[in-house]
Design a protein around this ligand. Sequence first.
Ligand SMILES: Nc1ncnc2c1ncn2[C@@H]1O[C@H](COP(=O)(O)OP(=O)(O)OP(=O)(O)O)[C@@H](O)[C@H]1O
Ligand SMILES: [Mg+2]
Length: 408
Amino acid sequence: MLELTELKKYPDYHLFLRSGLPDLSGLPWVAPLREWTAYCDNLVDVPHGVSRHPVLFINLEGFVYAIKELPVGVAEKEYHALTKLEDLRLPAVLPVGFIHTTNPDDRRSLLITRHLEYSIPYRSIFQSNSLITYRQHFLDAISSLLVQLHLAGVYWGDCSLSNTLFRRDAGTLQAYLVDAETLEFFPNYFPPAHRHQELDIMEENINGELSDLHSINQLMDNISLHEVGGYIRVRYQKLWEEITREDIVNPTEQYIIQERIEALNSLGYSVGEIELYPTQNGNQLRLRVVVTDRNYHRDQLVKLTGLEAEEMQAQKMMNEILEVRALLSTDENRSIPISVASYHWLKNIYEPTLHYLGSLIGTDMNLSELYCQVLEHKWYMSEKAHRDVGHQVAAEDYLENYDGISKL
Ligand SMILES: Nc1ncnc2c1ncn2[C@@H]1O[C@H](COP(=O)(O)OP(=O)(O)OP(=O)(O)O)[C@@H](O)[C@H]1O
Ligand SMILES: [Mg+2]
């Protein structure tokens, strides 16, 4: 983690910033946020959710930062909560620093976070016809985020659509926590009552937000308003049960342990430990699996190729790498190390495919998602052609039909 340093101490405010960032000390911190338009010409307009506190976005040296104005003391608390999420490797916006004013007549604090690139606020998902395919994934993404938080002993206390951002993840969505004001950490024991309370708050918040959209005619007709929160609750409960349930292992069924680990890995969860306890029933064992985080394929991909991706994107790319390894091993009639297959995939498949996409690079999808979209397109084309059409043909066709295919 980068170090937090007190960068500037002025009579009117203290600014705490992580190192290695653009110098933010020149910004008009002494002015209330609502007056910044008069001082800054690098404010940017990005789609964002509703908020009680003033929030604005500023472009500095090519990166966009979100600045939120809060009552005194709150920004510091939220900053530290976000750094804890970062340490726990949970999906949340990245904290950059905080400020508190010292003038007794103007007591405020400000939180600075990195703008989450390529994120989609929920309003876009519910308002746009073109994002309709993402709606189911959107509900799963929220339930998965809550499961990830609870597994790590984090109580959110304010799960809502406005407090969540979404990133495309190989045709699905990954949810990110954006508002950490109410977070509480339970590193040793997470009380089940908190999980229930969390779900109650989520349901109330989300159904309320959708009713608000409905009342201003901004909700698409086919949404059943009051079922969304309940649906997320059911998805959450299913996933929680899948991850935390204990299995009974008979002496001849040791394979169950491996099956369980593989099932969790395929959902993206990494398994830190497995615990086996004797049961009262002879030589049966009780199996408990300790999940560390949901970065299983991301960790593999970054280690082998240096590419950062979301979990489902990484899973698709790792599957390709394994396929390349199998093909190379058959061709060369020897076992090819995974590191060699990864390099081959990167240089001969991944990079050339992105190269074919040329003009799409740098638009509103990140490279990993663009690549995964081409893979999906390749799959459709190959199905139709009854043969593998290859990456180049798929990428060129994707580029040609981009406007028609794109679900942006
Ligand atoms: N780092 C960021 N990246 C992208 N969007 C952001 C970021 N920080 C804030 N936003 C946007 O600003 C909105 C408001 O932020 P946030 O929820 O933290 O404000 P708030 O005033 O504390 O909200 P609440 O009313 O729930 O207390 C979010 O819904 C999100 O769309
Ligand atoms: Mg909020």
